[in-house]
Design a protein around this ligand. Structure first.
Ligand SMILES: [Zn+2]
Ligand SMILES: [Zn+2]
Length: 256
């Protein structure tokens, strides 16, 4: 399994960190998780073509996770093989409206896109050995987290969320946990509205310490708020001593 980080930032793209999105290169599937801008160019930089994407998972309908969808569907307008797009019913309805706005609902394009609405707890096989399961998270009414299980490897991607220890206890053991870690606790204190919808690094380290998680990858760094990712790393390390990867844009993580 290879995890490609197309972007690692929060809601505001910066020169060094674009909005968070990932490309998961699995045995028989190439899965894009979230769809901000410039995805096609970023895929090319990592050696992929947009047409290789087999499935798109959209965690929720906030702009930094979905505004590039019309572009990617436009790029793939002549595609003939199916493209599957997964999200909550609210997210999928939003995506349909977004694509209609750009007149991207023409029959020729539409017949190859399969829109799949998932509710929390629902599973779907993406290929014979790859199972996707959706979970509810504490962020927005449209939000879903995704667990992907293939050949004994389990990767859980939370999308944006406040910390939910009960949910983590439910999905472990994990090979990889990609978790919202938008800011350090010191920054969170001054931002009550954001604090209740995202996770800070101190509580993430506390929650994951002691859980059977092989690799922790924090993401969605709101570095525009004026902290460095070293501040985040230090707070996680205060409690968590397992394998930790602090991703940069275009970082590639190979999981054996
Ligand atoms: Zn976000
Ligand atoms: Zn969000």
């Amino acid at each position: 399994m290879r995890i490609n980080f197309l972007g690692t930032g929060g809601s505001t793209p910066t020169l060094s960190r674009d909005n968070t999105s990932l490309l998961l290169d699995l045995q028989h599937s190439v899965i894009l998780v979230d769809c901000p801008g410039s995805v096609s160019a970023r895929l090319e930089k990592l050696g992929y073509q947009t047409d290789q994407v087999s499935d798109i998972l959209v965690t929720h309908l906030h702009p930094d996770h979905v505004y590039g969808l019309p572009s990617i569907i436009h790029v793939l307008r002549n595609r003939e093989k199916p493209l599957h797009l997964y999200g909550s019913p609210e997210t999928i309805d939003f995506c349909l409206r977004l694509l209609q706005l750009f007149s991207l609902d023409r029959e020729k394009i539409w017949e190859h896109i399969r829109f799949v609405k998932l509710v929390p707890g629902q599973s779907q096989n993406l290929s014979p050995r790859l199972k996707l399961t959706a979970y509810q998270v504490k962020h927005h009414s449209s939000s879903l987290a995704f667990l992907l299980a293939e050949n004994g490897q389990r990767i859980f991607i939370t999308g944006d969320t406040a910390l939910d220890g009960d949910l983590l206890a439910q999905v472990v053991p994990l090979s990889v946990l990609v978790h919202d870690c938008s800011f350090p606790s010191t920054v969170a204190e001054s931002l009550p509205a954001l604090k209740s919808k995202h996770t800070n690094s101190l509580e993430l380290g506390q929650a994951v310490a002691g859980l059977p998680v092989e690799i922790l990858i924090p993401c969605h760094f709101m570095s525009e708020l004026g902290f460095s990712v070293e501040d985040i790393e230090k707070e996680i390390r205060a409690n968590y001593h397992g394998q930790l990867i602090m991703p940069d844009d275009f970082q590639v993580v190979e999981i054996a």
